[in-house]
Design a protein. Structure first.
Length: 410
């Protein structure tokens, strides 16, 4: 049992042989919500949080889904449709196809127009599944078949599309919230330190005021163009020339929402609940003020060298504290980290007036953390925090691959 369940007024168990099924059985969850008299359901940031069918079924039962409408979820869940909608709203997109590709000869002709290297992407799903970089023309047809097969297996949708590959890029995302009519942005987060296309360290701010104002206006226009209600993150790649390219919209609260909360003092989860209730946005764009610097380290239960999962019992757990430190976790002494779910155990966030101070504060907090019984990424995070390229902000999405010796000799 996790800490939130222990702290809750009431817990409702949905037993299944497969643990994942407990969180994915839509009808069982709706039945539980009705039994306890819930008038709203918050889906968190995993499992059914982006599932349009779940949102639709809740609406049919008169229960509020704390998130966007089923229509928005369907649109944004289709990367091809989302790409077209955002392009029409004035958001820059990478060169690519606006229709799914299937015929290999036709696809190869389109690929040759775009140029190599390029990326083949699944139209549905996420998490890096169904994505393949193709460097040479001779590799294209086999990569196309591979991506189509993976997409069909993972998402039940074999549609793929081609997009220009943006190499040596920075991954930058914008936090947006809309009430179905108006939208505002709450600035950017820098998320380039990743493994397996999944972020492990995020920070902000990162851009100049002019860049923030320019891209911020575009993402607000994109959200308003589709009548978006709820929290959303617009994700971009920025190439070495400083050009931004739209990737996707995550129509939910993000794991790293804490960085924005520390910078703005705005409770994003509460804001998402307010707009989902039908209320108008309670704050205006000019009221959003960014202060200082914040960094979040994802404390995954993984071997810090091999990055393999490390489930098991957490025999002792001590979290850090002090000025500018925040810890979000479901773990505690005696908690058993399960094998079936994501390896995220906690998030440790630091805030300080400057980036260098936030780095030092986070390193001290990680040094104070005691987690016995599991391997975690803490040694890797501490190595990153003192590495020269990181300190000098020379960071791209290939950072971990190009710094494979961070823990050499440990």
């Amino acid at each position: 049992m996790s800490l939130p369940v222990r702290l809750a007024d009431e817990g409702f168990f949905i037993p299944r042989e497969d643990p994942l099924a407990s969180y994915l059985d839509i009808e069982a969850i709706i039945s539980a919500a009705k039994e306890v008299g819930a008038d709203a359901v918050h889906p968190g940031y995993g499992f059914l949080s982006e599932n349009a069918t779940f949102a639709q079924r809740l609406a049919e039962e008169g229960i509020t889904f704390i998130g966007p409408s089923p229509e928005s979820l369907r649109l944004l869940g289709d990367k091809i449709a989302a790409r077209e909608a955002m392009s029409k709203a004035g958001i820059p997109v990478a060169k690519g196809t606006n229709e799914p590709i299937s015929d290999s000869k036709e696809a190869l002709a389109l690929a040759s127009e775009i140029g190599f290297p390029l990326m083949i992407k699944a139209a549905s799903g996420g998490g890096g599944i169904g994505m393949q970089v193709v460097n040479e023309k001779s590799d294209f047809e086999s990569a196309l078949r591979l991506c189509q097969g993976r997409a069909e297996s993972a998402f039940g949708d074999s549609r793929v599309f081609i997009e220009e590959y943006v190499s040596t890029a920075e991954h930058i995302e914008f936090q947006v919230v809309g009430d179905g009519s108006k939208a505002i942005h709450l600035g950017e987060r820098f998320c380039s330190i990743q493994r397996r296309h999944q972020k492990i360290l995020e920070e902000g701010p990162w851009l100049s005021e002019k860049e923030r104002e320019d891209i911020g206006a575009k993402v607000v226009a994109g959200a308003e163009a589709i009548g978006y209600r709820g929290l959303a993150t617009f994700e971009f790649l920025r190439n070495s020339e400083g050009e931004f390219y739209f990737m996707e919209v995550n129509p939910r609260v993000q794991v790293e929402h804490t960085v924005t909360e520390m910078l703005t003092g705005i409770d994003l989860v509460s804001l998402g609940i307010i707009v989902s209730s039908g209320a108008e946005l309670p704050i205006k764009q000019e009221e959003v003020i960014w202060n200082g610097h914040a960094i979040q380290a994802r404390i995954n239960a993984e071997n810090p060298v091999t990055l393999e999962p490390s489930p098991g019992k957490l025999w002792e757990c001590h979290w850090p504290g002090g000025p500018g430190i925040r810890v979000d976790s479901h773990g505690f002494s005696g908690y058993v980290m399960p094998e079936a779910f994501d390896s995220l155990l906690a998030k440790v966030i630091s805030w300080a007036p400057t980036r260098n101070q936030a780095i030092a504060r986070l390193d001290s907090a990680l040094e104070e953390t005691i987690l016995l019984g599991l391997d975690t990424l803490i040694p890797l995070h501490r190595a990153i925090l003192e590495e020269s390229d990181f300190l000098e902000k020379k960071i791209n999405t290939d950072y971990l691959d190009s710094h494979a010796d961070l823990l050499a000799g440990d």
